[in-house]
Design a protein around this ligand. Sequence first.
Ligand code: BES
Ligand code: ZN
Length: 646
Amino acid sequence: MSTFKYVTFPVLASALFLASCGDNQTSQPETEAPKPVETDTQTVDETSEVETIDKFTYANYEDVRLTHIDLNLDVNFEEKMLDGVATLDFERINPEVDTLVLDTKDLTINSISLVNGEMTTPVEDYTLGEADPVLGQELRIPLSKETEQVLIDYTTSPTAEGLQWLSPEQTAGKEDPYLFSQAQAINARTMAPLQDTPAVRLTYSATLRVPDGLRPLMSASQGEENENGEYQFDMPQPIPSYLIAIAVGDIEFKAINDHIGVYAEDYILDASAEEFAETPMMEEANEELYGPYRWGRYDLIVLPPSFPFGGMENPRLSFMTPTLIAGDKSLTNVVAHELAHSWSGNLVTNATWRDAWLNEGFTSYVENRVMEKLYGERRAVMEQSLALEDLKRDIAEAERPELTQLKLPADIAHPDEAFSQVAYVKGQYFLIFLEERFGREAFDPFLKSWFNDHAFESVTTETFLDYMDENLRTDYPDAVTDAEIEAWVYEPGLPDTAKVPQSDAFEMVQTQSDAWVAGDISTFELEELAADWSTHEWLHFINGLPDDLAVEQYEDLDKAFSLTGAQNAETAFAWYMLAIKMDYEAAYPDLEGFLLTVGRGKFIYRLYEALKENGKGEWAQRVYAEARPGYHPIAQRRIDDILNEG
Ligand code: BES
Ligand code: ZN
């Protein structure tokens, strides 16, 4: 029915294939022939016809594709490296293929062998390509016709971007070291040689040896200790490489129910279990909307504060920042978000980072639906509204308009560029737009079948649009026009068909704020009015304050509400952003403390940026020099760029 300007067609013989697997919970994926993936040729701009191939991988995954990786590794804290053997299983898409090309970054390859039945033959003529600062090095391994498996003996680098090694002093317990990984987007290749693209799905298993007294965890079945004191893990469902994850430390566990629980260092374990106590309700709400949770257990681990994200949806074990432990469950939408990825992202995965909105936009939408179901429309709309402000800022600040399209251009320089608020919030608002046009009665079952019909597949934006044409638009041909969809997906900015969130709560805050700013009510009166504000209302208030207040007004607010040093990390962050813009120096000692202890990118990148832009570059450099060794390598790279550019 559609006269869209994108066209899709099945690719010919040797072209791109993606894994197709049953939705089976525990057994190995079926080994049926893979389905051809539909490649798209965008004709929106006739000059940039681009195939849907992931350009952030060296892998020849159109010809040969990994199906399983087994990792047999020592976790060596002295040397800060993983050391051992990766055993790779693969399938030949192209029977003529004679080379396996893998991604590596900062890996030392000690030796490679080919396995054929009982025979293991060393390979001498593999090649490791030149190092590219983004992609790393390609590893080309010649295969013989009979090769069944490839064994790679390798070691990671102490500076691997996907791994953070913390000394005992950097942990809360101070006695044991800690390791955690962050593979998304393209750092799995710093942990193991593999095809590091979300277009390829593979199962994995691992055997880990860790120092006595430490507990290893992975995004898999949770480590059984064998008779040799090794821990064994199994992930029998095919996942993209960016979901392989590891954490090792002095980690304790507290159950929330029979299949949900929290891992954390002792100091924060009880508080975390309390903060996340409503996770089972979130899971139920998600299941009611979109079908069964398919991954068995769902646990959360609260990591050290240098974890550079709010959360990371590693399957069966979401990784979470301790800055969520606010004491009042006000920031648990991040739990709803990471859990929602169990449907959008982990089950149905973006095939390339240009399609990141399929992961993050869908997940932000599902997250908000779950929040609405559990906590009501008032909270859900406040969260939509705060998110929209962030989106508007990112659109205004975008380096070029193409980066504000949902389907990103082919020439993004790094997958990081795919994760602005555009993927998250414009993606979410696109789905809200569709929901409103089709109505929940039609849209909810449609999304549920999207997740079902593409379970354990990697898909593109065009796969989704085609699926919507066939399974929704045919039944409601007048609900949306091609031009409206085109504007959302392939054009920059926020379309005028976007919903305008109406938050009565925020309107009330605005009225009160305006009155206080104008001097019509005193700070004392504001204190009474604000007594029952939630964190969301505080954020709206702080973010909306004009930038020409007198210093005394900041002081008054600060005295009344102790905003400097606020316990809630989101509130503290909003206040420090304002303090930087307004030169409110009284907040600086606490801001420094914040920057020295918190490594969550969402906060610290913007704080360093604001400091630099507001003439505080030197102060920022001084604090950063002290903070940098404690930051995650991902955060170090980003802040090095922020403070050094221009
Ligand atoms: N998958 C992301 C985190 C991520 C994005 C890691 C890009 C690496 C590259 C995760 O699900 C996420 O979106 N986290 C958000 C929280 C969310 C509520 C918006 C975060 O970390 O702030
Ligand atoms: Zn996400």
